[in-house]
Each structure stands twice: as C-alpha cells, then as structure tokens.
Design a binder for this molecule. Structure first.
Ligand SMILES: NC(=O)c1ccc[n+]([C@@H]2O[C@H](COP(=O)([O-])OP(=O)(O)OC[C@H]3O[C@@H](n4cnc5c(N)ncnc54)[C@H](O)[C@@H]3O)[C@@H](O)[C@H]2O)c1
Length: 314
C-alpha cells in the first residue's frame, strides 16, 4: 500500500464493477477513503443489486481506509447530491471525484428508440454533470479537487451506438470546459479513455473475427498481440487515475488520456485544418460557397469517411 492519497476522500461512480471497481481499489491502496457508488445494474442499465458495491467497500477497507456504499442512480441529481453529501459527512471533504458509471444500449440510429437515446445520455452525460455540479462547490471552497471523467474511443464517432458515442463526446466537452471553469480554484478536470476487459467489452466474437482476419492475411498479427495485451483486467492501468488524483498531477488539467495496460496517450483538441475567407464585404453567396468547397481550399486533404456505393442511384 502506498500513501500518495493518504487523507484524501474520493467518490467513485460505477465502482461496483469493471473499471470503476479497479479505480476505487487503486485509490484505497494509496490511502484514500472511498465512497463506492454503484446501482449494480446490467450492462444495458436494467436491474439493480447492492452486492457489487458492498463487495468493493470490503475490498477497500482491507487497505485500512474508510469506505461506504451508495446505491443511487447517477442519472438522478438527488442521488448525486446524496453521494457527495455522504462523502463530506463521513470525512469532511470531497477531494477526488471519478465519474466511471456507464451503460451501453447499442443500436443503429434507424433502430434506436427515444428511450434508448435518453437513458444512455442520462447515465453518462447527465450523470457526469450531476456529480461535477454537486462536488464543485465543496472543491471550490477547499481550493482543491481532482475530477476524472470517463470517455471512450467511441467519442471519435463510434458507430452502432451513437447514443453512447454522443454522450462520451459530451463528456470530453464537459472535461475541457470544466477544466477552464474550475482550474482557477485549484481543481483539475481530466478524462480517461480506457481499453480493458470488462463485462461491457468481453465479447469473444470480436477476438474470433480478428483471429480470422489475421489468418487470412487481412490484418497484421501485431493487432491481435496488442489486443491480447490490452483486453485485460482494468487494474492494469487503474493507478493512472490515482496519479491524476495525486498532488503530483496538480498541473495536469483539461486533458484526455487513452489508458490501457500498455499505453498512455494524450489526445489533441480538434483544430480547423482549412479555411476560406469571404472575398466580399457582403454575405456568402451560393457561388462563393461553391468556390470555397474545392480540393485546393476547404476540401484540401479531405476524404469522405463513408461514401455511398458507386452504383447507388439518388
Ligand atoms: N471496458 C472498456 O474497454 C471501456 C472502453 C471505453 C469506455 N469505457 C467506459 O468505462 C466505464 C466503465 O465501464 P466498464 O467497462 O467498467 O463497465 P461495467 O459494466 O463493468 O461497469 C459499469 C458499472 O457502472 C454501474 N452503473 C451503470 N449505470 C449506473 C447508474 N445509473 N448509476 C450508478 N451506477 C451505474 C454498473 O452497475 C457497473 O457496476 C463506462 O463509462 C464505460 O463507458 C469502458
């Protein structure tokens, strides 16, 4: 056990299983007291069970720290308020907030129901807002705080679950903006973008597909090797969250990190890549706009990510 977070008090959502569990334990190993928040639901957000949160509380306590469970739903503002209050009531402060809870309800957009959209946005995006909103006043008062949000590579446009991808994109924006608003109060806001084997990602069919592609020479064998090294228990990188929560990371703010068992990578913020200026003093005309959308101007270096089939008729 280390002492990098000794005396610090953390709230970790989604801490009953997977990545949240690994991070809660990593924080406890470094001496932090932990509020373990988890509804104990299925991957699709149905059901509830207190056992996972209770078990993680027991595991944290083995490291000699205080740990308590909260079984609320992160998408409900009152439950976020209660979890943050539980942390402050039991330890006097909330120093660390890790927003990890998540669900997945994959569907192509033409099959996605309004409810499937709303529920995924509510758990990921509103849930992250709820806890940031409730923790921020305490952290500002303390002039100290560490917020670690969770995005996903789906943020970059993951198909088959646009509800999830859009929520994860929103979390990146919350992280960038939150860092700007809270940084001057001694609070850092960063996000992790994990790759790990959890019940959310453990699909043997994906590995089988990669094996077949490697066998057919359609994919390099290094892809499979990398996959096998990365799709492991999230405890392999959970200490990255402990680092971001520590005093050593005081100057790391507003960043998004890919976190796997073998890699830590820092994402850039998108920037404009091509520009066209209005050549007149008046409004853009259709002719001027058409002249701007050319391969030497706005479309320089552009590739359509999903062109229609060539034979398709309009
Ligand atoms: N596993 C990966 O490789 C991966 C990749 C990218 C992003 N993520 C993200 O990491 C986070 C953790 O995912 P995981 O893979 O550990 O999944 P997981 O299903 O193992 O764990 C998610 C936990 O969140 C809890 N939870 C879900 N909805 C909740 C709610 N409304 N209120 C409170 N708790 C709730 C669940 O009960 C569960 O314990 C998620 O935000 C997920 O989107 C995971």
């Amino acid at each position: 056990m280390g002492d990098k977070l000794k005396g610090r008090n953390a709230v970790v959502t989604g801490a009953g299983r997977g990545i949240g569990r690994a991070i809660a334990i990593a924080l406890a190993e470094e001496g932090a007291n932990v509020v373990v928040c988890d509804i104990g639901g299925a991957v699709d957000g149905t059901g509830g069970d207190r056992t996972p949160a209770d078990q993680v509380v027991e595991e944290c306590r083995k490291h000699g720290v205080k740990a308590i469970a909260q079984y609320g739903d992160v998408s409900k503002f009152a439950d976020a308020e209660a979890a943050v209050k539980a942390c402050v009531d039991s330890s006097g402060r909330i120093d660390i907030l890790c927003n990890i809870a998540g669900i997945d309800k994959p569907k192509m957009i033409w099959n996605m129901s309004e409810q499937e959209w709303d529920q995924v946005i509510a758990v990921h995006l509103k849930g992250t807002f709820n806890f940031m909103r409730c923790a921020a006043p305490f952290m500002r008062e303390q002039k100290f705080g560490r917020i670690i949000n969770t995005t996903s590579e789906a943020w970059l446009g993951g198909v088959t679950h646009l509800n999830y991808a859009a929520a994860k994109g929103g979390i990146v924006t919350l992280t960038w903006g939150g860092a700007q608003e809270l940084g001057p109060s001694g609070i850092t806001v960063n996000a992790i973008c994990p790759r790990a084997k959890t019940r959310m990602t453990d699909d043997p069919k994906v590995r089988e597909m990669v094996v077949k592609r490697v066998e057919k020479g359609l994919m390099d064998a290094s892809v499979l090797k990398r996959m096998d090294r990365e799709m492991v228990d999230p405890s392999a990188f959970a200490k990255i969250a402990a680092f971001l929560a520590s005093d050593d990371a005081a100057m790391i703010n507003g960043q998004v990190f890919l976190t796997t068992a073998i890699t830590i990578a820092r994402y850039s913020k998108p920037e404009t890549v091509t520009t066209a200026e209005n050549p007149t003093e008046g409004p853009w005309t259709l002719d001027m706009i058409k002249a701007a959308f050319t391969p030497d101007k706005l479309l320089k270096g552009y590739v359509n990510p999903a062109p229609p089939p060539k034979e398709e008729k309009k």
